[in-house]
Design a protein around this ligand. Sequence first.
Ligand code: DX5
Ligand code: ZN
Length: 210
Amino acid sequence: MIIAPSILSADFGKLAESVALVKDAKWLHVDVMDGHFVPNISIGPIVVKGLRPYTTQVLDTHLMISEPGKYIPQFVEAGSDRITFHIETVEDVPGIIKMIRKLGAKVGISIKPATPVSDIAKWIPFIDQVLVMSVEPGFGGQEFMMNSSLKIMEISELRESLNKDLLIVVDGGINNITAKFCKEAGADVLVAGSYIFNSDNPKQKMDSLR
Ligand code: DX5
Ligand code: ZN
């Protein structure tokens, strides 16, 4: 299981120190929000650029923004290794996939809780990861939506025939209990923010997820 601590719940006043607490994690999850696609504003490429020299971890960038194509080059240039965009924000899906590939990053597509797996099924052969939102995107600290497990299972079945290398990422409300449901349903990567960072011992929290 890959654990991806979400820096949304880290201390932005001392981001490098916060990230150092979770240096054992292979990935770091970077939530980008625009106040338009989601009702919250977080960070842009300038923070990815600032963070990049402090870690060799995979920077898994989750774009919760309208018109992601406008900003993807800046994020990859700043140091993002993996770019996940929301299917709900894009019309020219193959165009965006091609753009990310050409820039040399890995490609992910995310679906909101109300978006069915069928909306992304045909793109599964062409991408590296699917990110299942298990809360409404926009804020950390929300409760895991149980029907996400069914979506994970559905994607897990599809990858058998469509793309054996696909990673299934789950994001939102992950803790030591919901992590088990995700694992059983077929998830490979768990994104966790508040569970890891709202703690005196982020390392121990990560271990408990593993
Ligand atoms: C929510 C973000 C998540 C968030 C998860 O829109 O995409 O990555 O940080 O936070 P927790 O783990 O607290 O639910
Ligand atoms: Zn996220």
